[in-house]
Design a binder for this molecule. Structure first.
Ligand code: DC
Length: 223
């Protein structure tokens, strides 16, 4: 019996985490938010004033820090950082941290390890290309930058963060650029991924589309 792996890759604001969480519930899959791991490492480096160009120090952090995830909660060295990792200062720095080779190789190992022997759904930028090139379901979820900025802006408004729509749009475009042009595992569509543009789709429509793919794939995994 093979385990089911569902890969949802997409840029910031494409809706991938909302969709992945709902699908995890629907099909009883373990949800792994790979972006949260890059965010936790970024938080640690910022809070400890570690220069990201000091690769020895970055490596030391990767080897000593403890990352744990339980449902919607994220723990960094046993401290709940679920809210902190979504702050603007993390958004502004995470793409730089995620382009460091040693950070990526370390986190990819961890992502594979925690997925082992489970039916999983992961969201990120390199799930279908690097972490699990053999995933049975690969979705490349996109949306226009303006629509993605609108979604993120509304989230910031709910959290009462002082930010303008234009600032959110600029930050999204900057992250898209860094993520897709970096040397290490750039954010690109896997050849065999299905591209789905959610700009004008409801959450339900996206769920229905991906559900069909998951149901097809289940035939080839579990009996
Ligand atoms: O999905 P997110 O916004 O939480 O991701 C935060 C950052 O981490 C994003 O700018 C790119 C990076 N990332 C990555 O490089 N690879 C992943 N698998 C997930 C996220």
């Amino acid at each position: 019996m093979k385990n089911l792996i569902v890969a949802i890759d997409g840029p910031a604001g494409s809706g991938k985490s909302t969709i992945a969480k709902l699908l995890a519930k629907k099909y009883d899959l373990t949800y792994i938010d790979t972006g949260a791991m890059y965010r936790m490492i970024t938080l640690y480096l910022l809070e400890n004033n570690i220069d990201i160009n000091d690769l020895k120090e970055v490596e030391r952090v990767l080897n000593t820090v403890n990352l744990d995830m339980q449902g919607d909660k994220f723990y960094l060295d046993n401290v709940d950082v679920s809210t902190k990792i979504r702050e603007k200062r993390i958004n502004d720095n995470v793409s730089k941290v995620a382009s460091i080779k040693i950070v990526r190789s370390n986190l990819v190992d961890l992502q594979r390890k925690i997925s082992n022997n489970k039916d999983v759904i992961l969201d990120g930028r390199d799930v279908g290309t690097v972490i699990f090139p053999n995933a049975q379901v690969k979705i490349f979820l996109i949306a226009s930058p303006e629509e993605r900025a609108r979604r993120r802006y509304n989230e910031f408004l709910e959290k009462k963060t002082e930010i303008t729509y234009d600032e959110v749009l600029k930050s999204i475009k900057e992250r898209d650029h860094i993520d897709s042009t970096r040397d290490e595992s750039p954010f690109v569509k896997a050849d065999d991924a299905i591209e789905l543009d959610s700009t004008n789709l409801t959450i339900e429509e996206v769920i229905n589309f991906i559900s069909k793919e998951i149901e097809k794939a289940k035939w080839t995994t579990h009996d």
